[in-house]
Every structure is written in C-alpha cells, then in structure tokens.
Ligand binder design. Structure first.
Ligand SMILES: Nc1ncnc2c1ncn2[C@@H]1O[C@H](COP(=O)(O)OP(=O)(O)O)[C@@H](O)[C@H]1O
Ligand SMILES: [Mg+2]
Length: 263
C-alpha cells in the first residue's frame, strides 16, 4: 500500500524577511495505485506540493504521509522525475536504467530483464549501450521514466516531465506513459500545465488555485474513461471523444477562473 495523504498541509516561505504562504492548508489523498494529475496557474504551489512528498521540503504546518508514515526526508520508495532529464551523461542507457536497482542489490539477471522489458515497452530496443547525448530528448526522458519505474517505487512523482519536449514527442510519451501506467500501476502524482495531458493520463485531476495555493476542485476521470475505453484508442482519437472534451472543458473553465488575474 502506497497512498499519499496531505493533512492540513501549509507551507510558508521566508521572502527576504516577509513570510509568504505558498500552500494554504491542503487536505487531500491519493489512493494506492491511483494516477493523479495536478494542474493550476503558475506559482500556485504545484512544485512545492510535490517537493514535500519527495521530502525535499518540510511543511510549515500539517503532515504529508506516504503509506501511513510522515515524510521526513527523501526515500527510495518515492521516485522523482523532473522536467530536465536528470540522466548520468557518462553512463550508458543500461547503467542509467539500472542505477537505482543496483544500489538496491538487484542481480545482473534481474537488471538485464528490467532493461529488456522497459526498452521493449518504450520501443527503444537496441539502445542499451548508447549514451544520453546520442539520444533525442524524448528518448532521454523515456530512459529517465524507465529508471524511476525500474526501482519499483511505491510512489512516482513527476513535475512537468514532458515540458521540454516538442509537441510530437510529447504525444508519443503520453501514450507510452498511459501504457506503462496500465501495465504497471503505481501511485503517481503528475504535475502538468497541459489540461489535455492531465485529463488523458489521470484517474482524477486536481485543479489548484493560488494565493494561497489550495485545492480548488477534484475532477473524477476514471469512470468516464472506462465507459468509452480510452486506453485502446490513439490519443488523437480520444481527444475527439465527447467524454474527453466534456472533462477537458470542465477543467479548463476552473483553470480559467483561477487564472483570472493573468488576462
Ligand atoms: N524556496 C522558496 N522561497 C521562497 N518562495 C518560494 C520558494 N519556492 C517556491 N516559492 C514560491 O512559492 C510559490 C509556489 O511556487 P511553486 O511551487 O514553484 O509553484 P508552481 O510549481 O505551481 O509554479 C511561488 O510564488 C514561488 O515563488
Ligand atoms: Mg512548478
């Protein structure tokens, strides 16, 4: 069981001697093996929220619990994927994917098997001996995602992981992440500024508001998705389905209200 609980979570930063409330009291849960997307206007505290789950920031008030334990620092059961592909440039694809496994004591056979499995799943067979600079941005990010899955963490935290990719590569990555998430369900907190991406990937979408950062609304996606079975269709087709456009519109309206001051 790897659920995430935010219990009255507040985060106040010190801004040159003045306190600034980035997160103003969040109560929320992510169920075990649930995929949650988080959208919200820039500066509403999405990254801060994720960093608190990762153990890179401490709440000023309240608690973040993973699998029932209060987060007190980073841990191997929580893997993080950032926008900038943090691969080791001097290591091959094989060594990058298995880096975390190796430190957990996986055998050579287990590592071989994992690399073969993820490279096949991500349509990157034959690249195990390549170095990151020999790969496209999309391939590098696939390796980063494979690495975080390969450690077999209970919780995956992704902060705009496709933000640096071109539109076409991004679409491919979205489809692959959906496939990966269905075959290997994990508890995922996925931050994005793309409403389409949020709705397509998630079981539920959290729309955040700002000043201070808070949960504005939670939109249920999973039920709708299963009714029309999005998973067996390419993303372009899904985006034209009525169930999809309806949910996208709902998220958009909320987001636009929250971004009111930006226009
Ligand atoms: N270390 C910090 N010190 C002071 N202010 C911070 C710090 N980190 C984030 N903030 C502020 O907190 C707010 C939320 O930031 P962030 O979580 O990065 O938002 P988002 O990811 O939604 O764009 C922003 O106003 C940001 O400037
Ligand atoms: Mg951010």
């Amino acid at each position: 069981m790897s659920d995430i609980r935010f219990e009255g979570v507040t985060k106040v930063f010190d801004r040159g001697g003045t306190p600034f409330t980035a997160i103003g009291g969040i109560d929320f849960y992510v169920n075990d093996k649930e995929f949650i997307s988080v959208v919200g206007p820039s500066g509403c505290g999405k990254t801060t929220l994720m960093r608190m789950v990762a153990g890179l920031e401490t709440p000023t008030d309240g608690e973040v619990k993973v699998a029932g334990n209060t987060v007190r620092g980073p841990g191997p059961e929580r893997a993080v994927v950032f926008q900038q592909f943090a691969l080791f440039p001097w290591k091959t694809v094989y060594d990058n994917i298995t880096f975390g496994m190796r430190s957990k004591g996986a055998t050579k056979a287990e590592r071989d098997e994992a690399v073969a499995y993820y490279l096949k799943l991500m349509k990157m067979e034959g690249t195990e001996n390549s170095y990151p600079h020999q790969l496209s941005g999309g391939m590098q990010q696939r390796v980063a995602i494979a690495r975080s899955y390969a450690i077999d963490p209970g919780v995956l935290l992704m902060d705009e992981p496709f933000g640096a990719l071109d539109a076409q590569t991004r679409t491919i990555m979205q489809e692959e992440l959906v496939r990966l998430a269905r075959v290997n369900p994990r508890t995922v907190l996925f931050i994005t500024h793309s409403v389409e991406e949020a709705v397509y990937l998630a079981d539920r979408v959290i729309v955040m508001g700002r000043n201070p950062g808070r949960v504005r609304e939670v939109i249920e996606i999973a039920g709708m998705r299963e009714e029309e079975d999005w998973t067996s269709h390419p993303i372009d087709d899904v985006m034209e389905m009525e169930s999809f456009t309806h949910l996208r519109g709902q998220v958009w309206r909320l987001l636009r209200e929250e971004m009111g001051g930006d226009r």
